[in-house]
Design a protein around this ligand. Structure first.
Ligand code: B3K
Ligand code: ZN
Length: 892
């Protein structure tokens, strides 16, 4: 495995393929010991190739070549070269030819879950980014699009269901107890969208009529005992199909849409043409086993993969550096979908919260890269929050700058120009610009430079005029690079003394231009001034409403101003954000006091403002729960130059207890009036549960006795997983009888449901209570811990390392050692999962010098592992290469 210095692939080295493969005809013979794959490739020289190539080099890994023929004639060993990662057919080759290979592969031994593998007794595939080369020899790159036929032959009893992309065109029983099914996909596609399934499965099915009147069969395939948990996924699929027709005018194009759920899957799901393969976490849902958030997750991911059918499959990426072309755009589409299905404000807050915790941290760490990266060693390492979530923010900025209609015009032109093609981010930007006669030249910079821009806002007031000065600059992590000034929308409102929005008119505009509410200012310079006129009184400015650009906003705010915005901002996002900022300021003051050995007190104005939110009956319960929740320990850590691990933990716990005491009656009422209602899945009920469970957490923090007994009662009587899991999360904070009861009873009831058991591990791994590290160490040795299963590994180790700052960063370094041990072990089975886990070390430079030494020791230990994969090698290599100034030595 270990390659001392793997050479990075670079974006600027792109060259068109030497050959095109118009047709791929595959025959799979699936069996227990091994699988045989016969591939017939219809090849021709690529007229676009820069230099007409003599030879043809096909990608292939872990394949045993059994036969090879060119135009029907066997090739001798001198006619080709075989290495561990390719098969090269020597030239000269005809203009057009047919190449047939037959290989043997071992899906049973594939623990990396890339290529063809088994999840329990089901055969399934994962080909993105470069898994197809583990199935057969092929030009495994997205700009080679081919028409596929797939014949699958397998034992009829063990594998009665055999699926692939497109339409089923033939099936027959064979004499030896096997059967054969043939699939044909009429749409040319790149290798990464290929899929195959073989197993003993059942389908939950329905029919969908497209707006042009075509019937599409929808099928959710699962293990037989899971058939009752598919309804929500099926409904979500139909919702997504309808939504894409209504909002983007996009209709589904095949007669069948299948989704398979498996328990072993490296990520969330995969958009293979006509046959999505999903992590069961994003398919299976029943009220006893799935929380409200799980339900939303299913709908969002089903939507996401469905939306890829146009943004990804019909129009795909020319090369992997363009990944955000499909991922940023599809995340933006799924965000809009969820916003329409649920609450736009709640969705926006959730997404920005996630972006700030994960993507902002990525932007200032050793893996920082632009949304269109310039180099990679292992492509799978670049399926990042930057490419996905910052990429979605960049798409959102087109939407904000051009308006919903302008954005739609751009999308229409994009499909008109590029349907059936493999294209680039520049092609997308050109379509947006051309459809709107807009100048998006400068906008390219969002694709070019890594790092989170810093936006400074300064307001001055005189004679009825409010002058807002906006300045943009680069983050310190840019090092020597000079900052590329961006074109960005900055949405702004001005609040009058009564808390209402004032009409906004910029100097020089005529009276009729005044709008009440929000205005989008376009920032293109490093500094720009905007002068608002005709203002009756001194306003309070609300900047970056709806988080209109992915930047860090700096604006001086008094406590009174924050309290005022927290109570009044008409923009739900900024109202929430003002509360978070106020909370962060007061919590950091407490952290400072704790570190100085002084008494830490919560700002009384914050306590009152927080209480006013809790008492605001007009506020939707989901928004209220978000507003009451204090900033995550990681967010507080990000605001410090050296993360004060323990002081942050104590300050936050103390603040929760103080708020719980100060507003006890209000919280008790919020809990009691909302918990224990008969379950339903409406928005209102979800909001009630969120509010009740947020209140419960504060009650437990302030009065463990009363809170604990409420939690216990809720735990024992809940008829749904949302309330039961929330109660368990409170019980695990109360060592002794309460915790023992919760942990044992939950395990007893759910030990045989893997997704629920994952929750059991995750809840314990997130706990704030003092003995968490001991318990996590014990859970790693629990009989139900299985590091081969990605969901289980993530539930325990991912949760602990990425979401439990206080205990993962325990001063004695045992948390670090645990993670390093597991990364080394998992890397030998599944490099992709190991690479995700090891990323928890990326922030290591942000801790004190004692912790840094311990962290470095573990990183070096991993780097020295004799079986290091290039996935993990790239991440730890970059983590160790970052110099103290924050400059990054790019690999190679
Ligand atoms: N496109 C897949 C991700 C593939 C990850 C490969 N390591 C899922 C998605 O974004 O829809
Ligand atoms: Zn995607």
């Amino acid at each position: 495995m270990k390659d001392p210095q793997p050479t990075p692939v670079r974006r600027l080295d792109y060259a068109p393929p030497s050959h095109l493969v118009d047709t791929v005809d595959l025959v799979f013979e699936l069996a227990e010991a091994h699988t045989l794959v016969t591939a017939r490739l219809g090849c021709r020289r690529n007229p676009e190739a820069r230099e007409p190539a003599e030879a043809l080099r096909l990608d292939g890994e872990l394949l045993e070549l059994l036969e090879i023929e060119l135009d029907g004639k066997p090739l001798g060993p001198n006619a080709y070269t075989l290495t561990k990662d390719y098969l090269e057919i020597s030239g000269p080759l005809p203009e057009q030819f047919e190449l047939q290979t037959r290989v043997r592969i071992k899906p049973q031994e594939n623990t990396a879950f890339s290529g063809l593998y088994r999840s329990s007794s089901t055969f399934c595939t994962q080909c993105e980014a470069q898994g197809f080369r583990r199935i057969t020899y092929m030009l495994d790159r997205p700009d080679v699009m081919s028409r596929y036929t797939t014949q699958i032959i397998a034992d009829a009893t063990r594998y009665p269901v055999l699926l692939s992309n497109g339409n089923r065109v033939a099936s027959e029983a064979l004499e030896d107890g096997r059967h054969s099914v043939r699939w044909e996909d009429p749409f040319p596609k790149p290798t990464y969208l290929f899929a195959l399934v073989g197993g003993d499965l059942r389908a939950h099915a329905a029919s969908f009529t497209t707006r042009s009147g075509r019937e599409v069969r929808l099928e959710i395939w699962v293990e037989p005992h899971e058939i009752d948990k598919c309804d929500h996924a099926l409904q979500s699929l139909a919702n997504a199909m309808r939504w894409d027709e209504e909002v983007f005018g996009l209709e589904y194009d095949l007669d069948i849409y299948m989704i398979l759920a498996v328990h072993d899957f490296n990520m969330g799901a995969m958009e293979n043409k006509g046959l999505n393969i999903f992590n069961s976490k994003y398919v299976l849902a029943a009220l006893e086993t799935a929380t409200d958030d799980d339900y939303e997750g299913v709908e969002a991911v089903v939507g996401h993969e469905y939306f890829h059918n146009w943004t990804g499959n019909r129009v795909t990426c020319r090369d992997w550096f363009q990944l955000t072309l499909k991922e940023g755009l599809t995340v933006f589409r799924d965000q809009q979908f969820t916003a329409d299905m649920t609450s736009a404000a709640v969705k926006r807050i959730d997404d920005v919260r996630g972006l700030r915790i994960v993507q902002f941290a990525e932007d200032r760490g050793p893996m920082a890269h632009p949304i269109r990266p310039d180099a990679y060693v292992e492509m799978n390492n670049f399926y990042t929050s930057t490419v996905y979530n910052k990429g979605a923010e960049v798409i959102r900025m087109y939407h904000t700058l051009l308006g919903a209609e302008g954005f739609r015009r751009g999308m229409d032109l994009y499909f008109e120009r590029h349907d059936g093609q493999a294209v680039t981010c520049d092609d997308f930007r050109a379509a947006m610009a051309d459809a709107n006669q807009a100048d998006l030249e400068q906008f390219e910079r969002w694709y070019v430079q890594a790092g989170t821009p810093q936006l400074h806002a300064l307001g001055t007031w005189a004679d009825g005029r409010y002058t807002l000065t906006l300045t943009q600059s680069g983050p310190p992590s840019l090092g020597e690079q000079s900052y590329l000034v961006r074109h960005m929308p900055v949405s702004v409102g001005l609040l009058g003394p009564d808390g209402n929005d004032l009409p906004l008119r910029l100097e020089g505009e005529d009276q009729a231009a005044a709008v009440s509410g929000t205005r989008v200012l376009e920032l293109r310079e490093s500094e720009q001034q905007f002068v608002f006129v005709d203002l009756p009184a001194k306003p309070v400015v609300s900047v970056l409403r709806g988080f209109s650009a992915p930047v860090e906003l700096h604006i001086e705010r008094s406590r009174e101003e924050l309290a005022f915005l927290m109570a009044n901002d008409s923009d739900a996002f900024n109202r929430w954000d003002a509360g978070q900022r106020f909370a962060t300021d007061t919590l950091l003051a407490m952290v400072g006091a704790i570190e100085a050995g002084a008494a830490a007190v919560l700002d009384p104005l914050f306590v009152d403002s927080w209480g006013a939110i809790a008492a605001d009956d007009a506020l939707d319960g989901s928004l209220k729960a978000l507003a009451l929740d204090l900033p995550d320990e990681r967010v507080l850590g990000q605001a410090m130059s050296v993360v004060a691990v323990d002081a942050i933990h104590h300050a936050r716990a103390q603040a929760m207890a103080s708020l719980g005491r100060a507003h006890h009656d209000l919280l008790l009422a919020a809990h009691q009036s909302n918990v224990g209602q008969a379950y339903d899945a409406s928005r209102e009920s979800i909001a009630r549960r969120r509010l009740a469970n947020t209140a419960l957490a504060f009650l437990c923090a302030s009065d463990p006795k009363q809170g604990g007994s409420l939690a216990r009662q809720q735990f024992d009587s809940a008829d749904n997983m949302t309330d039961r899991q929330a109660a368990l999360a409170c019980l695990v904070e109360l060592p002794g009888e309460a915790r023992d009861h919760g942990v044992l009873a939950f395990h007893e009831q759910w030990r045989s449901d893997p997704l629920v058991l994952d929750k059991w591990f995750a809840v314990q791994a997130r706990a704030g209570v003092a003995d968490t590290l001991e318990r996590v160490l014990a859970l790693r040795d629990h009989a139900d811990f299985d590091r081969r299963n990605p969901n289980r590994a993530r539930a325990l180790l991912g949760t602990f390392a990425q979401r439990n700052q206080a205990h993962f960063h325990a001063a004695d370094g045992r948390g670090y050692r645990l993670l390093a041990d597991e990364v080394i072990a998992i890397d030998q089975l599944n490099p992709q999962v190991a690479a995700r886990l090891v990323s928890a070390f990326n922030s290591w430079r942000r801790f004190d010098s004692e912790r840094q030494a311990l962290l470095r020791e573990q990183l070096e230990r991993i780097a020295a592992s004799p079986t290091l994969s290039k996935d993990v090698g790239e991440i730890v290599g970059r983590a160790l290469a970052v110099s103290h100034s924050g400059d990054i030595d790019l690999p190679g």
